[in-house]
Design a binder for this molecule. Structure first.
Ligand code: CA2
Length: 146
């Protein structure tokens, strides 16, 4: 099966690099996506990205992923991490390896950020590495045989 990585970004992540740099860093979402696409391109692998502030749009994208030939999902669901059974159910139905990424170390933050609806269905969880966390997830996928 040809590797196709879908990178999903949840609500407010479109603001990256413009506000709250002390928590989320100075790298913009466009810079993150470009960097990931370069990594994938160098490996001859397809990588697509999608950001939405809307839960249903993220669910729709996950549902479309099977027909799109997606083999792996890298997701920072943002605040929906802590609230969304719908995104969890969509990822479970897709039944592809999920890499959950958080820029910040959510366990050093407010207690409501300590629970994730995604972690127990994820292959891996990366938190606190900033934008490098996305790269670590993609690097790991690229090292796995397709
Ligand atoms: O640490 C992460 O990556 C989070 O997924 C980010 C979410 C937060 O709700 C999660 O608990 C942890 C928030 C994303 C908001 O992104 C912003 C970026 C720049 C400025 C303001 C918000």
């Amino acid at each position: 099966m040809t590797t196709h990585i879908l990178v999903l970004h949840g609500p407010n992540l479109n603001l990256l690099g413009t506000r709250e740099p002390a928590i989320y860093g100075q790298t913009t979402l466009a810079q993150i996506d470009t960097s990931l696409k370069e990594m994938a391109s160098q490996a001859g692998v397809k990588l697509t990205t999608f950001q939405s502030n809307h839960e249903g749009a993220l669910v729709d994208c996950i549902q479309s992923a099977a027909a799109d030939g997606v083999t792996h999902v890298v997701i920072n669901a943002g605040a929906y991490t802590h609230t969304s059974v719908a995104i969890r159910d969509a990822l479970s139905a897709l039944a592809k390896p999920v890499f959950e990424v958080h820029l910040s170390n959510v366990y050093k933050r407010e207690p409501f950020r300590h629970h994730s609806y995604l972690s127990d269905i994820a292959q891996a969880v990366i938190a606190g590495l900033g934008a490098e966390g996305y790269r670590a997830a993609v690097r790991s996928i690229l090292q796995q045989p397709a």
